[in-house]
Design a protein around this ligand. Structure first.
Ligand SMILES: Cc1cc2nc3c(=O)[nH]c(=O)nc-3n(C[C@H](O)[C@H](O)[C@H](O)COP(=O)(O)OP(=O)(O)OC[C@H]3O[C@@H](n4cnc5c(N)ncnc54)[C@H](O)[C@@H]3O)c2cc1C
Length: 486
Protein backbone atom coordinates (compact mmCIF):
# COMPACT_ATOMS: atom_id res chain seq x y z
CA UNK A 1 0.00 0.00 0.00
CA UNK A 2 1.06 3.57 -0.63
CA UNK A 3 0.01 6.85 1.00
CA UNK A 4 -0.28 9.95 -1.17
CA UNK A 5 1.09 13.15 0.39
CA UNK A 6 -0.66 16.00 -1.41
CA UNK A 7 1.49 19.10 -0.84
CA UNK A 8 -0.37 22.33 -1.36
CA UNK A 9 0.79 25.55 0.33
CA UNK A 10 2.85 23.61 2.88
CA UNK A 11 6.05 23.21 0.90
CA UNK A 12 8.32 21.99 3.71
CA UNK A 13 9.43 18.81 5.42
CA UNK A 14 10.11 20.13 8.94
CA UNK A 15 7.19 20.44 11.32
CA UNK A 16 4.65 19.62 8.62
CA UNK A 17 1.75 17.63 10.14
CA UNK A 18 0.83 16.17 6.74
CA UNK A 19 4.36 14.81 6.29
CA UNK A 20 4.25 13.39 9.82
CA UNK A 21 0.85 11.80 9.15
CA UNK A 22 2.10 10.17 5.95
CA UNK A 23 5.19 8.84 7.75
CA UNK A 24 3.07 7.52 10.63
CA UNK A 25 1.27 5.13 8.25
CA UNK A 26 4.55 3.24 7.80
CA UNK A 27 3.75 2.94 4.08
CA UNK A 28 5.70 4.11 1.04
CA UNK A 29 4.98 7.81 0.43
CA UNK A 30 4.09 9.38 -2.90
CA UNK A 31 4.51 13.17 -2.59
CA UNK A 32 2.68 15.19 -5.23
CA UNK A 33 2.11 18.84 -6.02
CA UNK A 34 -0.85 19.51 -8.30
CA UNK A 35 -0.89 22.51 -10.56
CA UNK A 36 -4.52 23.34 -9.96
CA UNK A 37 -5.07 26.80 -11.47
CA UNK A 38 -8.37 25.61 -12.93
CA UNK A 39 -9.73 24.88 -9.45
CA UNK A 40 -8.61 28.32 -8.23
CA UNK A 41 -10.88 30.08 -10.73
CA UNK A 42 -10.06 33.79 -10.62
CA UNK A 43 -7.46 33.32 -7.89
CA UNK A 44 -4.69 31.43 -9.68
CA UNK A 45 -1.27 32.73 -8.54
CA UNK A 46 -0.02 35.98 -10.06
CA UNK A 47 3.30 36.48 -11.83
CA UNK A 48 5.53 37.00 -8.80
CA UNK A 49 3.93 34.07 -6.95
CA UNK A 50 4.50 31.81 -9.93
CA UNK A 51 8.16 32.80 -9.93
CA UNK A 52 8.36 31.94 -6.25
CA UNK A 53 6.52 28.66 -6.67
CA UNK A 54 9.07 27.51 -9.23
CA UNK A 55 11.94 28.08 -6.79
CA UNK A 56 10.06 26.57 -3.90
CA UNK A 57 9.19 23.38 -5.79
CA UNK A 58 12.75 23.07 -7.07
CA UNK A 59 14.00 23.25 -3.51
CA UNK A 60 11.38 20.83 -2.19
CA UNK A 61 12.15 18.33 -4.95
CA UNK A 62 15.83 18.39 -3.94
CA UNK A 63 14.87 17.86 -0.29
CA UNK A 64 12.80 14.78 -1.20
CA UNK A 65 15.61 13.44 -3.33
CA UNK A 66 18.03 13.80 -0.42
CA UNK A 67 15.64 11.57 1.55
CA UNK A 68 15.40 8.85 -1.06
CA UNK A 69 12.09 10.00 -2.53
CA UNK A 70 10.82 11.99 -5.50
CA UNK A 71 8.31 14.83 -5.76
CA UNK A 72 5.74 14.19 -8.50
CA UNK A 73 4.22 17.10 -10.42
CA UNK A 74 0.88 16.85 -12.18
CA UNK A 75 -1.56 19.36 -13.69
CA UNK A 76 -5.37 19.36 -13.59
CA UNK A 77 -8.33 19.48 -11.23
CA UNK A 78 -6.98 18.05 -7.96
CA UNK A 79 -9.78 15.51 -7.49
CA UNK A 80 -9.16 14.01 -10.91
CA UNK A 81 -5.36 14.05 -10.63
CA UNK A 82 -5.29 12.47 -7.16
CA UNK A 83 -7.86 9.81 -8.05
CA UNK A 84 -5.83 8.90 -11.12
CA UNK A 85 -2.60 8.72 -9.09
CA UNK A 86 -4.26 6.61 -6.41
CA UNK A 87 -5.38 4.19 -9.11
CA UNK A 88 -1.90 4.08 -10.65
CA UNK A 89 -0.12 3.14 -7.43
CA UNK A 90 -2.96 1.44 -5.57
CA UNK A 91 -2.98 4.06 -2.80
CA UNK A 92 -5.76 3.85 -0.22
CA UNK A 93 -4.89 6.97 1.76
CA UNK A 94 -4.33 10.63 0.94
CA UNK A 95 -3.12 13.23 3.45
CA UNK A 96 -2.90 17.00 3.10
CA UNK A 97 -2.89 20.34 4.94
CA UNK A 98 -6.05 22.43 5.06
CA UNK A 99 -6.19 25.77 3.23
CA UNK A 100 -8.84 28.39 3.86
CA UNK A 101 -9.35 30.13 0.52
CA UNK A 102 -13.01 29.57 -0.47
CA UNK A 103 -11.99 27.82 -3.69
CA UNK A 104 -9.52 25.61 -1.83
CA UNK A 105 -12.24 24.47 0.59
CA UNK A 106 -14.41 23.48 -2.37
CA UNK A 107 -11.42 21.75 -3.96
CA UNK A 108 -10.65 19.72 -0.84
CA UNK A 109 -14.30 18.70 -0.51
CA UNK A 110 -14.35 17.40 -4.07
CA UNK A 111 -11.08 15.51 -3.52
CA UNK A 112 -12.59 13.89 -0.44
CA UNK A 113 -15.81 12.96 -2.26
CA UNK A 114 -14.00 11.48 -5.21
CA UNK A 115 -11.44 9.49 -3.22
CA UNK A 116 -13.84 8.24 -0.62
CA UNK A 117 -16.17 7.08 -3.39
CA UNK A 118 -13.21 5.07 -4.71
CA UNK A 119 -12.69 3.52 -1.28
CA UNK A 120 -9.68 5.59 -0.16
CA UNK A 121 -9.44 7.41 3.16
CA UNK A 122 -8.53 11.08 3.47
CA UNK A 123 -6.87 12.98 6.29
CA UNK A 124 -6.89 16.77 6.28
CA UNK A 125 -4.94 18.49 9.06
CA UNK A 126 -3.78 21.89 10.27
CA UNK A 127 -0.30 23.32 10.07
CA UNK A 128 -0.78 26.47 8.03
CA UNK A 129 -2.31 28.37 10.95
CA UNK A 130 -1.81 28.55 14.70
CA UNK A 131 -5.44 27.83 15.45
CA UNK A 132 -8.35 26.33 13.55
CA UNK A 133 -10.76 29.21 12.71
CA UNK A 134 -13.75 27.00 13.49
CA UNK A 135 -12.57 26.67 17.09
CA UNK A 136 -11.49 30.23 17.89
CA UNK A 137 -14.78 32.10 18.17
CA UNK A 138 -16.24 34.91 20.25
CA UNK A 139 -18.34 34.25 23.35
CA UNK A 140 -21.47 34.27 21.18
CA UNK A 141 -19.95 31.74 18.77
CA UNK A 142 -19.29 34.09 15.85
CA UNK A 143 -16.01 35.00 14.19
CA UNK A 144 -13.87 37.79 15.65
CA UNK A 145 -14.16 41.06 13.72
CA UNK A 146 -11.92 43.09 16.03
CA UNK A 147 -8.24 42.34 16.35
CA UNK A 148 -7.55 43.06 20.07
CA UNK A 149 -9.95 40.47 21.51
CA UNK A 150 -8.87 38.04 18.81
CA UNK A 151 -5.23 38.50 19.83
CA UNK A 152 -6.09 38.05 23.52
CA UNK A 153 -8.03 34.86 22.82
CA UNK A 154 -5.29 33.47 20.57
CA UNK A 155 -2.62 34.08 23.21
CA UNK A 156 -4.70 32.52 25.93
CA UNK A 157 -5.75 29.42 24.04
CA UNK A 158 -2.66 28.67 22.01
CA UNK A 159 -1.14 25.26 22.81
CA UNK A 160 1.64 24.36 20.41
CA UNK A 161 2.81 20.76 20.15
CA UNK A 162 6.58 20.18 20.17
CA UNK A 163 8.30 20.76 16.84
CA UNK A 164 8.46 17.69 14.55
CA UNK A 165 11.77 17.21 12.77
CA UNK A 166 11.88 16.36 9.06
CA UNK A 167 12.19 12.61 8.46
CA UNK A 168 15.71 11.49 7.56
CA UNK A 169 14.38 9.03 4.99
CA UNK A 170 10.99 8.97 3.28
CA UNK A 171 10.24 5.51 1.82
CA UNK A 172 9.49 5.87 -1.89
CA UNK A 173 6.44 4.51 -3.67
CA UNK A 174 6.38 2.81 -7.07
CA UNK A 175 7.69 5.13 -9.75
CA UNK A 176 5.08 7.13 -11.69
CA UNK A 177 5.48 9.76 -14.37
CA UNK A 178 5.96 13.38 -13.36
CA UNK A 179 5.68 16.55 -15.39
CA UNK A 180 8.79 18.67 -15.77
CA UNK A 181 8.83 21.86 -13.67
CA UNK A 182 10.43 23.91 -16.44
CA UNK A 183 7.53 22.98 -18.74
CA UNK A 184 5.13 24.70 -16.34
CA UNK A 185 6.48 28.07 -17.51
CA UNK A 186 6.21 29.60 -14.05
CA UNK A 187 9.16 31.94 -14.49
CA UNK A 188 8.44 35.29 -16.13
CA UNK A 189 9.54 35.90 -19.66
CA UNK A 190 10.78 39.42 -18.75
CA UNK A 191 14.37 38.70 -17.70
CA UNK A 192 14.84 42.09 -15.97
CA UNK A 193 11.90 41.40 -13.66
CA UNK A 194 13.07 37.88 -12.80
CA UNK A 195 16.56 39.27 -12.13
CA UNK A 196 15.25 41.68 -9.50
CA UNK A 197 13.35 38.87 -7.77
CA UNK A 198 16.34 36.55 -7.89
CA UNK A 199 18.62 39.16 -6.32
CA UNK A 200 16.19 39.72 -3.47
CA UNK A 201 15.05 36.22 -2.49
CA UNK A 202 15.91 32.59 -1.90
CA UNK A 203 12.69 30.56 -2.13
CA UNK A 204 12.52 27.21 -0.35
CA UNK A 205 12.62 25.74 3.12
CA UNK A 206 16.37 26.32 3.62
CA UNK A 207 15.93 29.96 2.54
CA UNK A 208 13.11 30.35 5.07
CA UNK A 209 15.19 28.85 7.89
CA UNK A 210 18.14 31.12 7.21
CA UNK A 211 15.87 34.18 6.95
CA UNK A 212 14.41 33.33 10.36
CA UNK A 213 17.88 32.77 11.85
CA UNK A 214 19.05 36.12 10.48
CA UNK A 215 16.03 37.87 11.93
CA UNK A 216 16.44 36.26 15.36
CA UNK A 217 20.07 37.42 15.49
CA UNK A 218 19.79 40.86 13.91
CA UNK A 219 16.18 41.98 13.81
CA UNK A 220 14.06 40.73 16.68
CA UNK A 221 15.42 42.84 19.55
CA UNK A 222 15.02 46.07 17.57
CA UNK A 223 11.79 45.09 15.79
CA UNK A 224 9.42 47.25 17.83
CA UNK A 225 11.28 50.47 17.03
CA UNK A 226 12.63 49.63 13.56
CA UNK A 227 9.66 47.94 11.93
CA UNK A 228 8.10 51.18 10.74
CA UNK A 229 11.18 52.61 9.05
CA UNK A 230 11.23 51.45 5.44
CA UNK A 231 14.78 52.69 4.86
CA UNK A 232 16.09 50.09 7.34
CA UNK A 233 16.02 46.34 7.10
CA UNK A 234 13.95 46.13 10.28
CA UNK A 235 11.38 43.43 9.51
CA UNK A 236 11.68 39.68 9.03
CA UNK A 237 10.80 39.37 5.31
CA UNK A 238 9.32 36.00 6.12
CA UNK A 239 5.99 36.72 4.40
CA UNK A 240 6.54 34.81 1.13
CA UNK A 241 8.09 31.88 3.01
CA UNK A 242 5.06 31.81 5.30
CA UNK A 243 2.64 32.12 2.42
CA UNK A 244 4.07 29.07 0.66
CA UNK A 245 4.38 27.13 3.91
CA UNK A 246 8.16 26.81 3.65
CA UNK A 247 8.00 27.62 7.31
CA UNK A 248 4.94 27.37 9.54
CA UNK A 249 3.69 29.99 11.99
CA UNK A 250 4.16 27.54 14.86
CA UNK A 251 7.87 27.17 14.04
CA UNK A 252 8.24 30.95 14.03
CA UNK A 253 6.29 31.32 17.25
CA UNK A 254 8.41 28.76 19.12
CA UNK A 255 11.69 30.19 17.81
CA UNK A 256 10.80 33.79 18.64
CA UNK A 257 9.38 33.07 22.09
CA UNK A 258 12.35 30.78 22.80
CA UNK A 259 14.88 33.43 21.83
CA UNK A 260 13.10 36.09 23.88
CA UNK A 261 13.04 33.73 26.86
CA UNK A 262 16.76 33.04 26.50
CA UNK A 263 17.69 36.72 26.10
CA UNK A 264 15.18 38.43 28.41
CA UNK A 265 13.79 35.69 30.63
CA UNK A 266 10.36 36.47 29.16
CA UNK A 267 8.79 34.90 26.04
CA UNK A 268 7.21 38.28 25.22
CA UNK A 269 10.39 40.27 25.91
CA UNK A 270 12.43 42.37 23.51
CA UNK A 271 10.58 42.68 20.20
CA UNK A 272 8.82 39.30 20.63
CA UNK A 273 5.38 40.58 21.62
CA UNK A 274 5.31 43.16 18.87
CA UNK A 275 6.50 40.66 16.25
CA UNK A 276 4.17 37.84 17.33
CA UNK A 277 1.22 40.23 17.18
CA UNK A 278 2.01 40.68 13.47
CA UNK A 279 1.97 36.92 13.02
CA UNK A 280 -1.43 37.15 14.70
CA UNK A 281 -2.57 39.74 12.11
CA UNK A 282 -1.82 37.12 9.47
CA UNK A 283 -3.86 34.64 11.46
CA UNK A 284 -6.70 37.16 11.91
CA UNK A 285 -6.83 37.75 8.13
CA UNK A 286 -7.08 34.01 7.47
CA UNK A 287 -9.83 33.61 10.05
CA UNK A 288 -11.70 36.54 8.47
CA UNK A 289 -11.49 34.95 5.03
CA UNK A 290 -12.71 31.64 6.43
CA UNK A 291 -15.73 33.43 7.93
CA UNK A 292 -16.36 35.89 5.08
CA UNK A 293 -15.55 34.19 1.75
CA UNK A 294 -16.46 37.38 -0.18
CA UNK A 295 -13.68 39.33 1.55
CA UNK A 296 -11.48 39.57 -1.60
CA UNK A 297 -14.30 41.07 -3.68
CA UNK A 298 -16.87 42.86 -1.58
CA UNK A 299 -16.66 45.44 1.23
CA UNK A 300 -17.37 43.92 4.62
CA UNK A 301 -19.22 47.09 5.63
CA UNK A 302 -22.28 47.59 3.44
CA UNK A 303 -22.04 51.40 3.56
CA UNK A 304 -19.01 51.15 1.28
CA UNK A 305 -20.97 49.32 -1.42
CA UNK A 306 -22.11 52.51 -3.16
CA UNK A 307 -18.81 54.42 -3.26
CA UNK A 308 -18.66 56.64 -6.35
CA UNK A 309 -15.29 55.27 -7.45
CA UNK A 310 -13.49 56.85 -10.38
CA UNK A 311 -12.51 55.06 -13.55
CA UNK A 312 -9.08 56.65 -14.09
CA UNK A 313 -6.86 54.28 -16.11
CA UNK A 314 -4.04 56.83 -16.60
CA UNK A 315 -3.81 57.51 -12.88
CA UNK A 316 -3.93 53.81 -12.10
CA UNK A 317 -1.09 53.26 -14.58
CA UNK A 318 0.95 56.09 -13.00
CA UNK A 319 0.44 54.45 -9.61
CA UNK A 320 1.51 50.98 -10.80
CA UNK A 321 4.63 52.41 -12.45
CA UNK A 322 5.69 54.57 -9.52
CA UNK A 323 5.12 57.84 -11.43
CA UNK A 324 2.58 59.68 -9.27
CA UNK A 325 4.89 62.56 -8.36
CA UNK A 326 4.70 61.65 -4.63
CA UNK A 327 8.14 60.26 -3.74
CA UNK A 328 7.17 57.88 -0.93
CA UNK A 329 4.37 56.39 -3.06
CA UNK A 330 6.63 56.03 -6.09
CA UNK A 331 9.45 54.54 -4.02
CA UNK A 332 7.09 51.86 -2.67
CA UNK A 333 5.64 50.99 -6.06
CA UNK A 334 9.12 50.70 -7.56
CA UNK A 335 10.36 48.55 -4.67
CA UNK A 336 7.38 46.29 -5.36
CA UNK A 337 8.13 46.04 -9.07
CA UNK A 338 11.84 45.41 -8.58
CA UNK A 339 11.74 43.00 -5.64
CA UNK A 340 8.20 41.61 -5.43
CA UNK A 341 7.85 43.00 -1.90
CA UNK A 342 7.07 46.32 -0.26
CA UNK A 343 7.55 47.48 3.30
CA UNK A 344 4.33 47.29 5.33
CA UNK A 345 4.26 50.97 6.27
CA UNK A 346 4.63 51.93 2.62
CA UNK A 347 1.96 49.41 1.56
CA UNK A 348 -0.43 51.37 3.76
CA UNK A 349 0.63 54.69 2.26
CA UNK A 350 0.39 53.58 -1.39
CA UNK A 351 -2.93 51.86 -0.73
CA UNK A 352 -4.39 54.93 0.95
CA UNK A 353 -3.17 57.05 -1.96
CA UNK A 354 -4.90 54.82 -4.52
CA UNK A 355 -8.17 54.48 -2.66
CA UNK A 356 -8.50 57.95 -1.17
CA UNK A 357 -6.40 60.41 -3.18
CA UNK A 358 -7.23 58.83 -6.54
CA UNK A 359 -10.59 57.37 -5.51
CA UNK A 360 -9.83 54.20 -7.46
CA UNK A 361 -11.50 51.01 -6.10
CA UNK A 362 -9.38 49.04 -3.68
CA UNK A 363 -9.97 45.92 -5.75
CA UNK A 364 -7.78 47.45 -8.51
CA UNK A 365 -4.90 47.83 -6.07
CA UNK A 366 -5.54 44.40 -4.64
CA UNK A 367 -5.29 42.93 -8.16
CA UNK A 368 -1.99 44.70 -8.88
CA UNK A 369 -0.55 43.48 -5.58
CA UNK A 370 -1.83 40.00 -6.36
CA UNK A 371 0.20 39.92 -9.55
CA UNK A 372 3.38 41.57 -8.31
CA UNK A 373 3.88 40.54 -4.66
CA UNK A 374 5.90 37.41 -3.92
CA UNK A 375 3.86 37.15 -0.70
CA UNK A 376 0.49 37.71 -2.46
CA UNK A 377 -1.99 36.04 -0.14
CA UNK A 378 -5.74 36.01 -0.72
CA UNK A 379 -6.56 36.60 2.95
CA UNK A 380 -3.85 39.07 3.99
CA UNK A 381 -4.11 41.06 0.77
CA UNK A 382 -7.89 41.38 0.88
CA UNK A 383 -8.07 42.07 4.61
CA UNK A 384 -5.31 44.69 4.38
CA UNK A 385 -6.82 46.49 1.40
CA UNK A 386 -10.19 46.58 3.12
CA UNK A 387 -8.49 47.78 6.30
CA UNK A 388 -6.92 50.72 4.47
CA UNK A 389 -10.11 51.48 2.53
CA UNK A 390 -12.02 51.59 5.81
CA UNK A 391 -14.50 48.96 4.65
CA UNK A 392 -13.00 45.97 6.47
CA UNK A 393 -13.02 44.43 9.90
CA UNK A 394 -11.45 46.61 12.58
CA UNK A 395 -10.50 49.00 9.78
CA UNK A 396 -8.72 52.33 9.81
CA UNK A 397 -11.38 55.05 9.95
CA UNK A 398 -12.20 56.22 6.45
CA UNK A 399 -11.74 59.88 7.37
CA UNK A 400 -8.08 59.21 8.22
CA UNK A 401 -6.55 60.06 4.85
CA UNK A 402 -2.77 59.67 4.87
CA UNK A 403 -0.88 62.72 3.70
CA UNK A 404 1.92 61.22 1.56
CA UNK A 405 4.29 64.09 2.34
CA UNK A 406 3.95 64.00 6.12
CA UNK A 407 3.94 60.18 6.11
CA UNK A 408 7.19 60.28 4.13
CA UNK A 409 8.76 62.76 6.54
CA UNK A 410 7.64 60.77 9.56
CA UNK A 411 8.73 57.30 8.49
CA UNK A 412 11.58 58.11 6.10
CA UNK A 413 13.01 61.20 7.82
CA UNK A 414 16.43 61.02 6.20
CA UNK A 415 14.96 60.13 2.79
CA UNK A 416 17.05 56.93 2.61
CA UNK A 417 14.15 54.89 1.26
CA UNK A 418 13.18 57.42 -1.41
CA UNK A 419 16.79 57.93 -2.48
CA UNK A 420 17.20 54.19 -2.92
CA UNK A 421 14.10 53.62 -5.07
CA UNK A 422 13.71 57.01 -6.76
CA UNK A 423 17.34 57.80 -7.49
CA UNK A 424 16.52 60.76 -9.74
CA UNK A 425 15.58 62.66 -6.55
CA UNK A 426 18.69 61.63 -4.58
CA UNK A 427 20.35 65.05 -4.86
CA UNK A 428 17.49 66.88 -3.12
CA UNK A 429 17.99 67.87 0.52
CA UNK A 430 16.10 66.03 3.29
CA UNK A 431 13.80 69.05 3.59
CA UNK A 432 12.41 68.55 0.07
CA UNK A 433 12.99 64.90 -0.73
CA UNK A 434 9.33 64.14 0.06
CA UNK A 435 8.02 67.29 -1.60
CA UNK A 436 10.18 68.13 -4.63
CA UNK A 437 7.68 70.64 -6.00
CA UNK A 438 8.16 72.81 -2.89
CA UNK A 439 11.93 73.17 -3.45
CA UNK A 440 13.06 76.37 -5.12
CA UNK A 441 13.93 76.13 -8.80
CA UNK A 442 17.56 76.79 -7.79
CA UNK A 443 17.60 73.87 -5.36
CA UNK A 444 15.94 71.60 -7.91
CA UNK A 445 18.41 72.64 -10.59
CA UNK A 446 21.33 72.00 -8.23
CA UNK A 447 19.90 68.52 -7.55
CA UNK A 448 19.48 67.89 -11.30
CA UNK A 449 15.70 67.58 -11.06
CA UNK A 450 13.39 69.15 -13.62
CA UNK A 451 9.80 68.39 -12.68
CA UNK A 452 7.78 67.04 -15.57
CA UNK A 453 11.00 65.84 -17.21
CA UNK A 454 13.16 63.86 -14.76
CA UNK A 455 10.35 63.26 -12.31
CA UNK A 456 6.58 63.80 -12.65
CA UNK A 457 4.61 66.65 -11.19
CA UNK A 458 2.10 65.39 -8.58
CA UNK A 459 -0.84 63.82 -10.41
CA UNK A 460 -3.29 65.08 -7.81
CA UNK A 461 -3.61 67.90 -5.29
CA UNK A 462 -3.67 66.08 -1.97
CA UNK A 463 -5.74 68.65 -0.04
CA UNK A 464 -8.44 68.75 -2.74
CA UNK A 465 -8.34 64.95 -3.12
CA UNK A 466 -8.92 64.54 0.61
CA UNK A 467 -12.06 66.66 0.46
CA UNK A 468 -13.24 64.69 -2.58
CA UNK A 469 -12.67 61.38 -0.78
CA UNK A 470 -14.65 62.43 2.27
CA UNK A 471 -17.50 63.68 0.09
CA UNK A 472 -17.52 60.35 -1.76
CA UNK A 473 -17.90 58.47 1.51
CA UNK A 474 -20.76 60.72 2.51
CA UNK A 475 -22.49 59.98 -0.81
CA UNK A 476 -21.98 56.26 -0.33
CA UNK A 477 -23.33 56.33 3.20
CA UNK A 478 -26.38 58.31 2.17
CA UNK A 479 -27.06 55.97 -0.75
CA UNK A 480 -26.66 52.90 1.45
CA UNK A 481 -28.87 54.50 4.11
CA UNK A 482 -31.58 55.36 1.54
CA UNK A 483 -31.47 51.83 0.08
CA UNK A 484 -31.83 50.23 3.49
CA UNK A 485 -34.98 52.33 4.14
CA UNK A 486 -36.61 51.29 0.87
C1 LIG B 1 -2.48 47.01 1.21
C2 LIG B 1 -1.73 45.88 1.88
C3 LIG B 1 -1.66 44.64 1.24
C4 LIG B 1 -0.98 43.57 1.86
N1 LIG B 1 -0.92 42.36 1.20
C5 LIG B 1 -0.31 41.32 1.81
C6 LIG B 1 -0.23 40.05 1.16
O1 LIG B 1 -0.74 39.85 0.04
N2 LIG B 1 0.44 39.05 1.80
C7 LIG B 1 1.01 39.22 3.04
O2 LIG B 1 1.61 38.28 3.57
N3 LIG B 1 0.92 40.39 3.68
C8 LIG B 1 0.29 41.45 3.10
N4 LIG B 1 0.23 42.66 3.76
C9 LIG B 1 0.69 42.73 5.16
C10 LIG B 1 2.14 43.14 5.39
O3 LIG B 1 2.45 44.30 4.68
C11 LIG B 1 3.15 42.07 5.04
O4 LIG B 1 2.79 40.84 5.63
C12 LIG B 1 4.55 42.43 5.55
O5 LIG B 1 4.97 43.66 5.00
C13 LIG B 1 5.53 41.34 5.17
O6 LIG B 1 6.85 41.70 5.48
P1 LIG B 1 7.64 40.98 6.66
O7 LIG B 1 7.56 39.51 6.48
O8 LIG B 1 8.99 41.59 6.71
O9 LIG B 1 6.77 41.42 7.91
P2 LIG B 1 7.08 41.39 9.47
O10 LIG B 1 6.86 42.76 9.98
O11 LIG B 1 8.39 40.77 9.74
O12 LIG B 1 5.90 40.51 10.06
C14 LIG B 1 6.01 39.10 10.25
C15 LIG B 1 4.88 38.39 9.56
O13 LIG B 1 3.62 38.78 10.08
C16 LIG B 1 2.64 38.80 9.04
N5 LIG B 1 2.11 40.16 8.93
C17 LIG B 1 2.74 41.32 9.24
N6 LIG B 1 1.90 42.36 9.08
C18 LIG B 1 0.72 41.86 8.64
C19 LIG B 1 -0.54 42.43 8.29
N7 LIG B 1 -0.77 43.73 8.39
N8 LIG B 1 -1.52 41.61 7.87
C20 LIG B 1 -1.32 40.27 7.79
N9 LIG B 1 -0.15 39.67 8.12
C21 LIG B 1 0.86 40.46 8.54
C22 LIG B 1 3.34 38.38 7.76
O14 LIG B 1 3.12 37.01 7.57
C23 LIG B 1 4.80 38.67 8.07
O15 LIG B 1 5.68 37.86 7.34
C24 LIG B 1 -0.42 43.76 3.14
C25 LIG B 1 -0.50 45.00 3.76
C26 LIG B 1 -1.14 46.05 3.14
C27 LIG B 1 -1.22 47.38 3.84
Amino acid sequence: MTVILWLRRDLRLHDNPAVAAAMATGQPVLPVHVRDDEDAGGHAPGGASRWWLHGSLESLAADFEARGNRLVLRTGPAAQVLAQLAAEVGARQVVWTRRYEPWALVQAASVRDRLQAAGASCREGGGGLLHDPAELRTGSGGPYRVFSPFWRALRERLRLPPEAAAPAHIPPAAKVTSEDLTDWGLRPTRPDWAGGLRDAWRPGEAGAASQLARFLDDGLSGYRTQRDIPGRDGTSRLSPHLHFGEIGPAQIWRAVAGRAMADFGDPWGGGAESFLSEIAWREFSQHLLAAFPDLPDKPLRPEFGAMPWRDAPDELAAWTRGRTGFPIVDAGMRQLWRTGWMHNRVRMIVASFLVKDLLIPWQAGEAWFWDTLVDADLASNAASWQWVAGSGADAAPYFRVFNPVSQGRKFDPDGAYVRRWVPELAGLSDAFIHEPWAASPIERAAAGVTLGLDYPNPIVDHAAARVRALAALETSRNTAGAESQD
